[in-house]
Design a protein around this ligand. Structure first.
Ligand code: NAD
Length: 330
């Protein structure tokens, strides 16, 4: 089985090579992301292994099929970057890594909350310059605050457990409420109630047509003034221009994002010597109450290990004509 691995970083190669124990699987690594211009690289392979910003859209899918690709092995949970209907049409099966370490992402969302709130990133820089002043570093207690969670799947549930541990009132919106979370003390309510009542809102739903720009001007207008919004799901769940307006109006008090709608041109790359044409990211970076990380929620040793193990198993199951337990169906 010949596998073309797109969007390869040093850590992808390190972990995939470590867990590629089947002699029959040959991995070829490409730095490039998959798109209409780079799909040619898949020629001569049976499978492409993709990450969050590789785009397997309709036209690309037809070319993948023409190049002999029979399997798309996503090394991530989300599959919004793959046109599933086009995959079915082109007889390409799609597998993913549905759960590798929900705690990794949930803990990162909490890291964003704590950093934005207690301003440890600013304190670190101040102290390095021998500035020991506390002026403008004041935060708030999480204890007793209302944390609203949108989407209580694997990551959302791990997040709820942590916030309950802080002594927060945890309220949530999900069309499929979890009995376990209810027992743990999470109160399920309508989306509007989560928007209106929360001091902190954390997004953990997938990007699907119903959640595209779910957090827009109308949603911001329902939120408490000064609310903290955290997004570690997918960038397009938030309408970014509306978020910028809400920050300017001080309706949005804090914004922590690990994902960004236009991230594929930026994230995972060192652009420190480049001119960045994206005006919106520049505007976001300029706010003192915005914290951006470049899609690193998943980035723990434990998660990388699980991603590699499950990806290699998905590929070898396909090769051995076994049932594909992690198949995504269109
Ligand atoms: P999951 O499938 O276990 O849970 C998703 C939950 O969202 C489900 O309970 C579902 O019912 C709910 N949901 C669906 N539509 C909704 C809607 N319109 N409103 C509210 N809830 C809705 O997924 P997960 O493993 O918890 O992952 C959630 C998302 O996190 C993924 O789809 C992915 O986009 C993102 N993610 C980000 C990173 C990162 O590094 N930042 C890593 C992994 C996953």
């Amino acid at each position: 089985m010949k596998v073309a691995v797109f969007s390869t970083k040093s850590y992808d190669k390190e972990y995939l090579d470590r867990f590629n124990t089947a002699n029959t699987t040959q991995l070829t690594y490409f730095d490039a992301s998959l798109n209409a211009d780079t799909v040619i690289l898949s020629k001569g392979h049976d499978c492409v292994c993709l990450f969050v910003n590789d785009k397997a859209h309709r036209e690309t899918m037809a070319e993948l099929s023409g190049n002999g690709i029979q399997l798309i092995a996503l090394r991530c949970a989300g599959f919004n970057n793959v046109d599933l209907a086009a995959a079915v049409k082109n007889n390409i099966r799609v597998v993913r890594v549905p759960a590798y370490s929900p705690e990794a992402v949930a803990e990162h969302a909490v890291a964003l909350i704590l950093t934005l709130n207690r301003k440890t990133h600013k304190a670190y820089n101040r102290v390095r310059e021998s500035n020991f002043s506390l002026e403008k570093l004041v935060g708030f207690n999480l204890y007793g605050k209302t944390a609203g969670v949108i989407g209580t799947g694997r990551i959302g549930q791990a997040f709820c457990r942590i916030m309950l541990g802080f002594g927060c009132n945890v309220i949530a919106y999900d069309s499929f409420p979890s009995g376990e979370m209810k027992k743990a003390g999470v109160l399920y309510c309508e989306l509007d109630d989560v928007l209106r009542q929360s001091d902190i809102i954390s997004l953990h739903c997938p990007l699907v047509p119903e959640t595209h720009h779910l957090i827009n001007k109308t949603a911001f207008s329902k939120m408490k003034k000064g609310v903290m919004l955290i997004n570690s799901s997918r960038g397009a769940v938030i309408n970014t221009p509306d978020a910028i307006d809400a920050l300017k109006d001080e309706q949005l008090g804090y914004l922590g994002i690990d994902v960004y709608e236009q991230e594929e041109k930026l994230f995972f790359k060192d652009l420190s010597e480049k001119i960045i044409p994206d005006e919106m990211i520049g505007r976001l970076i300029s706010f003192p109450n915005v914290l951006i990380t470049s899609h690193q929620g998943f980035f723990t040793r434990e998660a990388l290990e699980q991603i590699a193990i499950i990806s290699m198993k998905n590929i070898s199951d396909f090769q051995n004509k076994l049932p594909l337990e992690n198949e995504v169906k269109g």
